[in-house]
Design a protein around this ligand. Structure first.
Ligand SMILES: [Mg+2]
Length: 178
């Protein structure tokens, strides 16, 4: 079985590295040998580059937060998939596409033992299912042996588009069976 997780609002409080209540225990309770991955949209640095607004995170901010969040969770998935593609309405716009390419080059998340893949393919951006299909390919497993856990309607839509299972993060944190 493969368990995939959204990051913000699912494992940590959104835009922080602070674990949400119950998450550490739930992760620690996963059976040994369970495949786990994170699939997260992190286009903040692209907004920052194009709009020039410092309220959006830099690539360094994103890398630091993911690293700190995983450390705080005392857990490491096999695979971290990060999508920096901008929202659909900007995906044909050169400035946004270029900023996404630059974000891929500049975003450096290095955690020993963790495979990191960063993409700007529009099909990767949730609610599109590309990251979840990429995870299934990585494990060479059938999509039906995957369950994705997230907190947003876009997470549910991405999972539904692949045919994998889906569990709401609130229910999961409270102990719903995965
Ligand atoms: Mg989320």
């Amino acid at each position: 079985m493969i368990y995939g997780f959204d990051f913000d609002g699912t494992l940590v409080e959104s835009w922080t590295a602070k674990p949400l209540p119950g998450v550490r225990g739930r992760l620690a309770a996963l059976p040994a040998g369970t495949h786990t991955f994170i699939a997260t949209n992190q286009a903040g640095p692209v907004f920052r580059a194009v709009l020039g607004q410092a309220k959006y995170p830099s690539v360094e901010d994103v890398a630091q937060r993911l690293t700190d969040g995983l450390r705080a969770l005392d857990w490491r998935p096999d695979l971290l998939l990060i999508c920096v593609a901008p929202p659909l309405k900007h995906q044909q716009d050169y400035a946004w596409v270029r900023a996404a390419s630059e974000a891929i080059t500049a975003l450096n998340v290095t955690i020993p033992g963790l495979i990191v893949r960063i993409g700007r393919d529009p099909t990767w951006r949730k609610p599109q299912p590309g990251m979840l299909f990429a995870a299934a390919r990585y494990y060479d497993m059938r999509i039906r042996s995957m369950c994705y856990i997230g907190d947003m309607e876009t997470d549910r839509q991405a999972a539904r588009a692949t045919g994998c299972g889906y569990l709401d993060a609130v229910a999961w944190r409270k102990g719903a069976a995965t």
